[in-house]
Design a protein around this ligand. Structure first.
Ligand code: ZN
Length: 156
């Protein structure tokens, strides 16, 4: 694969990691000419997932859009980009496992929150506040209490 910085024809793979049980591979590449490093993903090509939005409009599932939202929620938290890639891959895997190529945004939101809660409380609350649009402080505090209870249970 060519270098996106200097267009050199050849780059070297310096690290390869499975992202989701072998369904995707993440590679760190380095250019021997200019030293530039970048990341590529290789994944199985599958049929597109259709997302049904709250206003019942259908659109194609865009993993980059979901990832962008997750990066925003995880800003200045210890959550790594590899963890987020795995989270999204895991969600895609689960949707495909249902054998139903249509899924509601609500279900995706729930799936994200289930997986984000054990990773980082701040990220979870940020994502939930955008997703659920807390009406007031009380509903926000209820949500926070629920994560704390879940955490206590998972430790016990
Ligand atoms: Zn280069």
């Amino acid at each position: 694969m060519k270098c996106i910085q200097c267009s050199s024809r050849d780059t070297k793979v310096i690290e390869s990691r499975d992202v989701n049980e072998g369904e995707a591979i993440r590679r760190r590449r380095s250019c021997p000419d200019c030293g530039f490093r970048f990341t590529t993903y290789e994944r199985i090509e599958r049929q597109q997932i259709i997302v049904i939005k709250n206003n019942s409009i259908r659109e194609l599932f865009k993993r980059d859009k979901l990832l962008a939202g997750l990066y925003r929620a995880c800003e200045k938290t210890p959550v790594t980009s590899l963890q987020l890639e795995r989270l999204v891959a895991d969600i895609e895997h689960q949707i495909y496992a249902c054998n139903d190529q249509e899924v509601t945004t609500m279900l995706i939101g729930e799936m994200v929150m289930d997986r984000l809660a054990p990773l980082d409380e701040v990220a979870y609350v940020r994502f939930a506040s955008v997703y659920r649009r807390f009406k007031d402080i009380a509903s926000f505090e209820r949500e926070l209490l629920q994560i704390r209870e879940r955490k206590v249970k998972s430790i016990a």
